[in-house]
Design a protein around this ligand. Structure first.
Ligand code: J9T
Length: 249
């Protein structure tokens, strides 16, 4: 998978040099390039913003630098030989976007080329989004209902959520199976040594070695936790995925 990120604060994305994503880049599992939008300006001050038409507070990001930067990212193309099979996906982090979920991460982890456009100020001139539709699948994307100062933090979260699903990035793919949202439920609580810690014991069943009882206990905890913290997820569950014991929780 190829990932391109365009930002006026490329150093914000240096966290992607670390840990699992950093290692995946070294191993060639992910090709990730971060580009400074200001490289695509033509004036001495490397201007990327201007006042909004129609008035209002703040500044808007100018369209031309973005068009040049996105064209450069697109033609950098996905890994491997030949013309890309799919159009690249242009992800535009925005509180006005579709909500990014684990399902979105799974969907985007299957794509060849993702381009992330980090907006700042009051946002990017809307004509860039319209212009981009010719060569990209354009996806304004929100992490939830709150506002950030720029798209960079959202890109860090999305690249991690997507990148970890790319085959080979996580050493043990088993650990992807039972995590939150993988089956529509929140994950169960986890424990490790010591068995007794500050007068708090580990739940007995987890020490029993009885795999069936442990699986049942974990599933019950998932259902209870999800019902308590995310009733919206319970409402969205497919009843066919619940067995009789689930319904008794
Ligand atoms: C500038 O970007 C944002 O404020 C943003 C991006 C993604 N999700 C959000 N909830 C906000």
């Amino acid at each position: 998978m190829r990932i391109d990120v365009v930002s006026i604060f490329p150093e914000y994305l240096s966290a992607l040099d670390l840990s699992l994503i950093g290692k995946a880049r070294e191993q060639g599992l992910l090709q990730l390039t971060v580009t400074d939008l200001r490289e695509f300006t033509a004036d001495r001050h490397r201007t990327v913003d201007d006042t909004p038409y129609g008035g209002g507070a703040g500044m808007v990001m100018k369209p031309e630098p973005w068009a040049l930067a996105l064209d450069a990212a697109r033609t950098r193309g996905p890994a491997g030989a030949g013309a890309p099979e799919q159009r690249p996906v242009l992800v535009v982090p925005s509180p006005a976007g579709e909500v990014f979920t684990q399902a979105t991460a799974r969907e985007l982890a299957l794509r060849e080329h993702l381009v992330f456009a980090c907006g700042r100020y009051e946002g990017i001139d809307e004509r860039v989004v319209e212009w981009s539709r010719e060569h990209f699948e354009v996806r304004p994307m929100s992490l939830g209902d709150y506002v950030l100062n720029g798209g960079e933090v959202a890109v860090l979260a999305m690249v991690e959520a997507i990148g970890r699903l790319v085959p080979g990035v996580i050493g043990n793919p088993e650990s992807l199976v039972e995590e939150s949202h993988s089956d529509g439920l929140l994950e169960y609580p986890v424990y490790t040594k010591p068995a007794l810690w500050r007068d708090r014991p580990v739940p007995e069943v987890l020490l029993s070695g009885h795999h069936g009882r442990i699986a049942r206990w974990r599933r019950d905890r998932q259902l209870q936790r999800t019902a308590a913290r995310r009733p919206d997820l319970v409402a969205a569950l497919d009843p066919a995925g619940l067995d009789r014991a689930d319904r008794d929780v």
